[in-house]
Design a protein around this ligand. Structure first.
Ligand code: HPA
Ligand code: ZN
Length: 340
């Protein structure tokens, strides 16, 4: 099974580039930029990565992100992720970035996006990985939307580089409805929309993301299961959920992987995909997420292939590229998977 997971062509749809910052690179960039971080060793960092909920993670994640200052830093961060992606046979990735995390500390939007973009262009040429970029607004700033509006304004010259806008950070108390005007404007400018919802927040937030923000995918969405009418809606409209198993257990959305509801949601006919969220913080990249959920829930080969196919189907890609990836997946299944 691990052989199949490793070798199958995969798509990743929920990956925060700032969440791929490994401790080694954090130290290198802190040194390079003369920034003090509250750790002296990799072991100390790893001890700090014991989270109790989403907020306890975000506090550490925003501190880590402050070592990112220059275009080269953003390039190095993104390139390191893409090399991991190549090693894991990820063929297409849709990457979130949080501009406000950087602009709030004086790093210009242009610096952030140019560094990330150059790595994506190079990866397409030399690592054979295609990609899209998704700009996320920080929802914990929902009291004062001027930051979100400024961020959208800054993104307009880069429309060709950014496929969609999303919503992340502290969920509870920051409902999607507060961002409806910003998202209306983003859609009018041609961006697709996604949103984190139903990770820690209630099903009502998922409804709002669907009905008010008109999202094409829900990021996480695991709490949707609490509302049968919502499950029906997600199934009927085949709205993908970008589920992140290791994130969910690290942040105590589920206490144990065996309690994860992914298999029930899959069996209910929802378009479930597997993703790594913040791999440097949650103990694994995409393959490790597949291994962990497969083993905990005893998923079959059919389930695994379905999850990989859902990733392809849910991507913001033209039909020809989806067809090519589907054919690659079928070829791997035919040589490795069939009959066992
Ligand atoms: N949820 C909300 N905000 C985030 C996450 C997440 O899983 N990762 C990075 N920012
Ligand atoms: Zn996320």
């Amino acid at each position: 099974m691990r052989d199949l997971i490793q070798k199958m062509p995969k798509v990743e749809l929920h990956l925060h580039i700032e969440g791929s910052l490994e401790p080694d690179l954090m130290f290198t960039l802190a040194d390079r930029n003369n920034i003090t971080i509250p750790y002296t060793s990799v072991e100390e960092i790893q001890r700090a990565y014991q989270f109790t909920d989403l907020q306890s993670f975000l506090d550490i994640y925003y501190t880590g992100a402050q070592v990112l200052q220059t275009e080269q830093d953003f390039y190095d961060l993104t390139w390191a992720y893409l090399e991991k992606a190549r090693a894991q046979n990820i063929r297409h990735t849709e990457i979130f970035f949080d501009p406000e995390t950087h602009t709030d500390h004086g790093v210009p939007f242009d610096v952030v996006i140019h560094g990330i973009r150059q790595a994506l262009v190079d990866a397409e040429a030399t690592l054979n990985i295609s990609s899209n970029l998704i700009l996320c607004f920080l929802r914990h700033k929902s009291e004062d939307l001027s930051s979100a509006w400024q961020t959208l304004e800054a993104a307009l010259p880069y429309k060709d580089w950014i496929i969609a806008v999303g919503l992340d950070s502290s969920e509870v108390g920051h409902p999607p409805e507060r961002f409806v005007d910003v998202f209306d404007k983003a859609r009018a400018e041609g961006f697709l929309t996604v949103a984190h919802a139903g990770e820690e927040g209630p099903p009502a937030y998922v409804w709002q993301a669907l009905d008010l923000l008109k999202v094409k995918r829900i990021d996480h969405g695991v709490r949707s299961e609490e509302d049968p009418a919502l499950v029906k809606r997600l199934r009927n409209d085949q709205i993908p959920l970008t589920v992140c198993p290791l994130s969910n257990t690290k942040l105590h959305v589920f206490k144990h992987m065996q309690e994860h509801n992914l298999k029930r949601l899959l069996d209910a006919g929802l378009c479930i995909t597997i993703n790594s969220d913040d791999p440097a913080y949650f103990g694994g990249y995409l393959n490790e997420n597949f291994y962990a959920i497969q083993e905990a829930l005893d998923l079959s080969q059919t389930d695994i292939i379905q999850l990989a196919q859902n990733g392809i189907d849910a991507a913001f890609l033209p039909p020809e590229r989806k067809a090519a990836l589907t054919a690659e997946l079928a070829a791997v299944f035919n040589t490795l998977g069939q009959g066992t």
